[in-house]
Design a protein around this ligand. Structure first.
Ligand SMILES: Cc1ncc(COP(=O)(O)O)c(C=O)c1O
Length: 399
């Protein structure tokens, strides 16, 4: 077997299962899971219907490049959402089976294992970045989210010797779990570093449509275009319908950006075997062409966020995120508990699951930036979320 497999860590939810082993949660309460970031608002009916209407495609092998109609729908969505010229749907857009497989497979296509290069990752981060790095024969270099910078990493602190060996930079904006969104100045700095050192930027933007005001998060292609980078050199953005349209089970997303990279990536994907079924493509076209359900989704998340935040602020140190559906709460000061003890005791006493922050980060530069924090995903319906948040508050008050 590939020895690099030994470098993969168990997924955070497996660690959580072990943490909770042997606990019988208080039977007075029904279980509420605020640990997993899986959207639980219902899938819109028109998407379900479009999926069924596309079932004739089951009798054909789908093409890896996807149908023109899908790539056109995505290109038009990018134009409308980000105010950029309509990307070339033949060269600048590719469908993917959600963003996760693409975050992983892009690294396999970009990295040259014989180079033993570096992949710069945010910390905390989505665990796929790390596994993709190891299996690509590279080493991760973690840049810690900085609470003093509203959780944006300070890339100016990465030594130039590291940048020289960097082949890929993962960005996540809006970030899981902090909700932080990169601004134009940060993008300018990142593009300058990429120009100087030649690394590829993989910009994970799967939370881009979950935000709370009138200002949608800035996207990577949008920033590039505004800064005059018309052909998106070395930039690949990744997005997905999972959170936007409440279809995590449909496995539908896309990559867009640098046409030269996408051409090579398409070749890789042909071998990888990740063509999207035509029925999923059919439903995806319908989803990308509709914004009403996305607005409705945002209204629901905004309501939950505004109701939950002030309650949690009474019992933890937590800020309003820029976007996404997570609260990233520091629990140590007000409870004296570590993140794992907090999660364990909360589960035992109140049957609520939250995710220990240390499971989402690695120790780097002398600290695990997730330590003493928990990630609370406001994914359940409003009443269920608020019931669980009330239990969290009571749990802390009774400590
Ligand atoms: C930061 C981040 N990126 C990517 C994904 C993958 O989502 P999907 O493959 O459903 O698009 C997730 C899922 O939770 C995530 O949190």
């Amino acid at each position: 077997m590939n020895p690099l497999l030994n470098r993969l860590q168990p997924y955070p939810f497996e660690k959580l299962r072990q943490l909770f082993a042997g606990i019988t949660p208080n039977p007075a309460y029904t279980h509420v899971n605020l640990g997993i970031g899986e959207p639980r608002h219902p899938t819109p009916d028109f998407i379900r219907k479009a999926l069924c209407d596309g079932l004739d495609g089951l009798s054909r092998y789908p093409a890896t490049i996807g149908q023109d109609a899908l790539r056109l729908a995505i290109a038009n969505w990018l134009h409308t959402r980000y105010g950029i010229p309509v990307p070339n749907h033949d060269t600048q857009v590719l469908p993917t089976l959600g963003s996760r497989e693409a975050l992983f497979s892009l690294a396999q296509a970009v990295l040259d294992p014989s180079e033993h290069g570096v992949v710069v990752c945010p910390n905390p981060f989505y665990q796929i970045y790390e596994g993709a790095t190891y299996l690509g024969g590279a080493e991760p270099y973690f840049v810690n989210a900085d609470p003093a910078r509203h959780f944006v990493a300070d890339y100016s602190r990465v030594p130039s010797a590291v940048w020289q060996r960097t082949r890929l930079l993962y960005l996540c904006s809006p970030a899981n779990p902090t909700g932080a969104v990169l601004d134009m100045a940060q993008w300018r700095e990142i593009f300058a570093l990429s120009d100087q050192h030649g690394f590829v930027i993989a910009s994970d933007e799967c939370y881009s449509e979950i935000y709370f005001g009138d200002h949608p998060p800035l996207g990577g292609l949008e920033a590039a275009h505004a800064l005059g980078r018309q052909e998106y050199p070395r930039l690949i953005m990744l997005s997905s319908l999972s959170k936007r349209s409440n279809v995590p089970g449909m496995r539908s997303g896309f990559v867009a950006g640098d046409a030269d990279i996408l051409k090579r990536f398409l070749l890789y994907r042909t071998y990888h075997g990740c063509a999207m079924g035509e029925h999923v493509q059919h439903a995806s076209v319908a989803a990308w062409q509709d914004e009403a359900h996305v607005r409705d989704n945002r209204v629901q998340y905004t309501r939950k966020m505004h109701a939950a935040l002030p309650l949690l602020q009474q019992v933890s140190d937590v800020q309003m995120p820029d976007a996404a559906f997570y609260l990233w709460a520091d629990v140590l000061d007000k409870t004296g508990l570590s993140d794992t003890d907090f999660a364990r005791q909360l589960f035992a006493q109140y049957n609520v699951t939250v995710l220990p922050g240390s499971y989402l980060a690695r120790e780097a530069h002398g600290v695990n930036p997730g330590e003493n924090r928990v990630r609370i995903a406001l994914v359940a319906q409003y009443e269920e979320c608020m019931d669980a948040i009330a239990r969290v508050v009571e749990f802390v008050r009774r400590l």
